[in-house]
Design a protein. Structure first.
Length: 107
């Protein structure tokens, strides 16, 4: 697989996983990074923040600020209806791809 194909595949999978994490509960960006690093240790926090920014721009995720009294204002991320629909579509696409790979006996 070429480097650009690998990047595109990873980008889609990471986006799906980030939406899934946020769909579980409204959360801080740092918590998303911690959760994602459990499964994707090679992915940097800056990659996750880039995905979060893009998802906000696409109106899949909304971002609010919270002041918890200590330190800087934190950003909270929550999924929108569009985000839920996008997540459902990504999961459906992933299942189809995974099913095709399984049917072919590749893995």
């Amino acid at each position: 697989m070429s480097m650009s194909n690998d990047v595109q595949l990873r980008k889609g999978v990471l986006e799906m996983c980030v939406l899934y994490v946020i769909n579980q509960e409204k959360t801080h960006g740092y918590d998303v990074i911690k959760k994602m690093s459990e499964y994707f240790p090679e992915v940097s926090g800056s990659n996750i923040y880039a995905i979060l920014r893009r998802l906000c721009e696409e109106k899949c995720v909304d971002m609010t600020h919270s002041d918890e009294g200590k330190g800087p204002t934190r950003k909270n991320y929550g999924i929108t209806q569009k985000g839920i629909e996008t997540l459902d579509g990504l999961i459906d696409s992933w299942r189809k791809v995974r099913g095709a790979i399984d049917d072919m006996g590749i893995i």
